[in-house]
Design a protein. Sequence first.
Length: 283
Amino acid sequence: MTDSTALPDMTWPELMPGWVWLCGAGPGDPGLLTLHGLNALRQADVIVYDALVEPAILNWAPQAEHVYAGKRGGKPSAKQRDISLRLVDLARAGKRVLRLKGGDPFVFGRGGEEAQTLVQHGVPIRIIPGISAGIGGLAYAGIPVTHRDVNQSVTFVTGHDQSGETPSSLDWKAISKGSQVLVIYMGMKHIAQITAALRRAGRATDEPVAVVTSATTCDQKVLETTLGTVESDIVAAGLEPPAIICVGRSVLMRQVLDWQAQGAGAVPRNLDPLDRGRPAESA
Ligand code: SAH
């Protein structure tokens, strides 16, 4: 193993006192943090982090104060407005503030709201994107979020709205018709309503579905199922959030691309899961 913790040679931005950097930590595996993220960790005085941030990542910033602002895990939940104003206060106190969020800060992470509040209060910000669970998490399950033979578009959907209910504002019919592959965040609680809405909108009962929980972490689990059986299979498998739910035929690609199984000596289940009957790379 090489010591790969040193930052490569380039001019790295400096986190100045009074600034807040909003940074995505990636879906779990600490190696999926970006170099800009690592640069930020090294400089922060205080890190305000969410529940979905892997603890190992925080260990890379021993000099910083670590403030938990998550909304899970049995700990008291911090209100969104309180978190944003806390960031404002820390910045005004002259701290170098790192706001660390799971995945990408601007994907279903309320990063936009926090950034808006900071700007409204005159606090300078920088945004450091991260690998979102809906892309990186599926990749760790061997599911390409787009695949030429399957989809020309992909739709990212949230299964919750601000009230915690299935987003009633979502036009499931349009979503269902508009995209061959759907990637659903926060979908576990309302999986019954979501699958019912998709089936009503015309998606087939036997359409492939994957549920990837704690993606990219040591606890990652992948359930392969169908739209008709996903709800009962989640219960049978005892799966818990966080989960990414992928609906569409790209899920079948896992039969050949489940790269994590290789280490365990498994052979691909099917080299041509889409049954194209031609070499994968022909034009
Ligand atoms: N900003 C994050 C999403 C935050 S919303 C991102 O870009 O990934 C929280 C939801 O993200 C969870 O309910 C779950 O649907 C998904 N999620 C985040 N991390 C995950 C992980 N490691 N495995 C599976 N799903 C995850």
